[in-house]
Design a protein around this ligand. Structure first.
Ligand code: FES
Length: 115
C-alpha cells in the first residue's frame, strides 16, 4: 500500500539544499537538486550523531550517487537508498517523493526502489 502524504509546497524547497518537515511525527529531510530536476526525501535523523540534522547537510554527488553529508561527523548517505557510504550496515529510511498540485508528497510506506 502506498500512502502519499503532503509534506510541503514545492515553493518551500530550497535549490541545492535541504529543508525539514514533520510528517506523522517523524522529521523528514527533503533535498532539491534543480539541475537534475530531482527531489529526495530521507529521515532527518543522523544515526551517528544521534540528532535530527541531515536536512542541514551538504548535498552532492559521489560516483554518480546523490548524497548528503551529515553536518556532524560527515558520513555520507545515499539520498535514494538511505545507505551510508562509509558503513553499508547503516541505512536510514528513504522515502518515495512525487509532486502533486504544487505540493510535495512522500510515501512513508514504500522505499523509492519498490515503486
Ligand atoms: S527542526 Fe528542521 S532541522 Fe531541526
Amino acid at each position: 500500500m502506498v500512502g502519499w502524504q503532503d509534506v510541503c509546497s514545492i515553493d518551500d524547497l530550497q535549490p541545492d539544499s535541504g529543508v525539514c518537515a514533520l510528517v506523522d511525527g517523524q522529521q523528514v529531510a527533503l533535498f532539491y537538486m534543480p539541475k537534475e530536476s530531482a527531489v529526495y526525501a530521507i529521515n532527518n535523523y543522523d544515526p551517528f550523531g544521534k540528532a535530527n540534522v541531515l536536512s542541514r547537510g551538504l548535498i552532492g554527488d559521489i560516483n554518480g550517487q546523490p548524497v548528503v553529508a551529515s553536518p556532524l561527523y560527515k558520513q555520507h548517505f545515499n539520498l535514494q537508498t538511505g545507505i551510508c557510504l562509509e558503513d553499508e550496515t547503516v541505512t536510514i529510511p528513504a522515502y518515495a517523493v512525487r509532486m502533486e498540485n504544487g505540493s510535495v508528497q512522500i510515501s512513508m510506506t514504500e522505499s523509492p526502489d519498490e515503486l
